[in-house]
Design a protein around this ligand. Structure first.
Ligand code: GAF
Length: 399
């Protein structure tokens, strides 16, 4: 049997660690924020299109309480080498050396900027289960974790959509990545065994039950060390913006995702540059593919859905060029296995994870075949997890 990852965080061990780091465990509150997979609809969010993600049961857990002074004191079990990071509330500026705590500073800054009163220090201990650089959105998970922590500690009552948007603003304006709203929305609005069809233009969404019958979603992690993801991501953002601008010389559109495939093909010459045409074609085709895929999913036509996953990967490889040897080896080897309906990369790309729809009783053989091939081609092993769809960011009920 393959590894099944559940939310295995041991809250008692975390409480003991909190006591060790911060002195005692009085008045503690507990929080969880998931990671996410995106079933289909990749690099469409910042082009005004559809995405189809789901939150997963692995994520980030936080223990927090107020302090009576103005100090913020933070500790991560993932970065224990950094020890306790401490800063004054009035000094929540981004500092590169502070690494993970910049997400906390970003959320404080964005909430305060939106008029919410955070006027007292606090202590926060976090444990992240999402593998780093895996494309399962550890950063948005942390942003929303901090969002629900601050919302609760300071009784802010921030509407959930606003919290999600402030998470995105943290990423865009504080961290400096031009990401869309996919990750924060999936993490903020996720529900057990539901995927979310989100129109990133209107922010209207629909919850879609995940009914896979004999199939599971297997997450395959390239374990590729992080490299240039943010700068390459911002480059794709700029390329699609430029393509849009060039099409707007003749077409009355606000976003690439407003185009049908046919209208795009008929007007692609307006872009006048082969690379930019490819980038824009992915955004347009992927968006339309996502709409068709969600309909197939709802109708229970998993064969068609799987084929569209394969098409999505090919487009991300050939037109958007965000895959690379690691993701291609995983997805393309997966696509050839018995009992597999489809496979594609998920998230930003350039490393990170791919997903595959695999027949339950063939997961072991699948993992062996894909894992062996990956190690032969890439030179180090991939990791495999069976995804479970869990709830969105929340305070935990602890007796
Ligand atoms: C990253 C971004 F954060 C998302 O907004 C989205 O663009 C995704 O890459 C690609 O679909 O996860």
């Amino acid at each position: 049997m393959s590894i099944v990852v559940e939310n295995s965080t041991n809250l008692s061990a975390m409480t003991a660690k909190f006591t060790e780091v911060f002195g005692d465990s009085k008045n503690l509150a507990y929080f969880f924020s998931p990671g996410r997979i995106n079933l289909i609809g990749e690099h469409t969010d910042y082009n005004g299109g559809y995405v189809f993600p789901a939150s997963i049961t692995i994520g980030t857990t936080g223990l927090a309480r107020l302090r009576q002074d103005q100090k913020v004191r933070l500790y991560s079990l993932n970065f224990s080498d950094l020890g306790v990071i401490e800063f004054d509330l009035a000094d929540a500026d981004k500092k590169d050396e502070d690494r993970w705590s910049n997400y906390v500073k970003g959320m404080i800054t964005m909430l305060q900027g939106a008029g919410y009163s955070i006027n007292q220090g606090f202590e926060l201990l976090v444990n992240g289960e999402i593998p780093t650089a895996s494309g399962l959105s550890s950063s948005a998970s942390l942003e929303l974790l901090v969002g629900v922590v601050l919302d609760d500690l300071f009784k802010l009552n921030v509407p959930r959509l606003e919290l999600v948007q402030l998470g995105q603003k943290t990423e865009n304006d504080f961290i400096g990545v031009n990401s869309g709203i996919l990750d924060q929305f999936a993490i903020g609005f996720g529900q057990i065994n539901q995927a979310i069809l989100l129109d990133c233009n209107t922010l209207k969404y629909e919850m879609v039950p995940v009914e896979l019958g004999d199939y599971d979603i297997v997450i395959m992690n390239t374990n590729k060390p992080r490299a240039l993801t943010e700068s390459k991501y911002n480059e794709r953002f700029a390329e699609t913006r430029e393509a849009l601008k060039r099409m707007q010389s003749k077409l009355n559109i606000n976003a690439l995702a407003e185009l049908s495939n046919e209208t795009f093909d008929a007007n692609a010459h307006l872009i006048g540059d082969e690379t930019l045409i490819k980038r824009a074609r992915h955004a347009v085709y992927e968006n339309n593919r996502t709409i068709v895929a969600q309909k197939a999913f709802v109708a229970g036509d998993l064969e068609k859905f799987g084929q569209l996953l394969n098409d999505s990967h090919a487009s991300l490889k050939n037109d958007y060029e965000v895959t690379g040897i690691e993701l291609d080896t995983l997805a393309e080897t997966a696509q050839q296995q018995d009992g597999v309906l489809g496979s594609r990369m998920t998230g930003a790309g350039f490393g990170g994870c791919a997903i595959a729809l695999v027949k339950h009783d063939q997961i072991d053989a699948f993992e062996k075949a894909v894992g062996d091939r990956y190690e032969t081609v890439v030179g180090y092993p991939a990791s495999f997890y069976v995804a479970q769809i869990g709830s969105g960011a929340t305070k935990l009920d602890i007796d």
